[in-house]
Design a protein around this ligand. Structure first.
Ligand SMILES: Nc1nc2c(ncn2[C@@H]2O[C@H](COP(=O)(O)OP(=O)(O)OP(=O)(O)O)[C@@H](O)[C@H]2O)c(=O)[nH]1
Ligand SMILES: [Mg+2]
Length: 239
């Protein structure tokens, strides 16, 4: 099963790739690690395939005289020609670029998806974000899901940093934005925008559990694995 780990900058993609991979190995699975982020310096796992072997953002900045964002865009163009090896593994975990928007809303993201065999996405929402930013990040998660055209599990990460009340608030809202929108206490213009947005979100979110996980402590990784199996089961593939 090919699993793409997606999420905004700093949400925990690389650490989850490492810790979920370790968890899966502990369960007896064969796991391969793929890094598609040409901008990272160090990774918390050992790569079986690393796009930095072909190009890096730093290298492009120097060779083409570009700034970091221009070089990242150029890197995404190069990523279109990258072929991820087909590993014979139970799970291939694919860590994706920090600048998610340049990957997902660029032709490279969908192109990479097409080259894979029906990958599943894990979209990470950083649970420590301001509670009032949840509708925007949720819309972002859905936009990425439909743009890439893949089955995706939404997760709330950094559970170890959340108190019970905040964790519950975040989870309740993501599961049922219409019913729980008032609890987010939007103020001013955010109220005017996010109240109707919550109603729209309610009509387009998939009926799915949202695991509360910690890439740091390993909390919730068992539920994540169960959900991956469920997603594949719905698609008719039990492997
Ligand atoms: N406490 C805590 N920290 C976490 C968790 N997940 C990630 N972090 C921390 O958050 C920071 C960013 O984690 P990364 O794994 O680099 O996040 P990323 O999404 O890969 O970041 P970019 O690739 O730069 O976008 C690091 O300092 C991690 O140690 C978590 O579950 N709990
Ligand atoms: Mg990363």
């Amino acid at each position: 099963m090919e699993v793409m780990i997606l999420g905004p900058a700093g949400s925990g993609k690389s650490l989850l790739t490492a810790s979920f991979g370790k968890y899966l190995q502990g369960e007896g699975f064969i796991v391969k690690f793929v890094n598609l982020d040409p901008g990272c310096a160090v990774l918390p796992y050992k790569c079986d395939y690393d796009v930095r072997g072909m190009f890096t953002v730093e290298g492009i900045m120097q060779s083409e005289g570009l700034g970091p964002n221009g070089a990242m865009l150029r890197a995404m163009e190069k990523l279109c020609n990258v072929e991820i090896p087909k590993f014979s593994a139970d799970f291939t975990l694919i860590d994706t670029p920090g600048q998610l928007e340049v990957f997902a809303f660029h032709k490279s993201g969908p192109k990479i998806v097409k080259s894979l065999e029906d990958p599943v996405g894990i979209f990470i929402i950083d649970g420590t974000i301001e509670i009032e930013d949840l509708p925007a990040i949720y819309l972002y998660a859905l936009a990425v899901r439909y743009r890439l055209g893949i089955n995706m599990i939404t997760t709330i990460n950094k559970a170890d940093l959340l108190d019970e009340a905040k964790a519950e608030k975040v989870k309740d809202y993501l599961l049922n934005p219409s019913e729980h929108k008032e609890k987010l206490e939007f103020k001013g213009v955010l109220h005017d925008i996010y109240t109707p947005l919550s109603e729209i979100l309610q009509t387009v979110i998939p009926a799915q559990r949202i695991p509360l996980i910690s890439a740091k402590t390993g909390k919730g990784l068992d539920e994540l694995l169960n959900m991956l199996y469920e997603v594949k089961c719905v698609c008719g593939d039990l492997t």
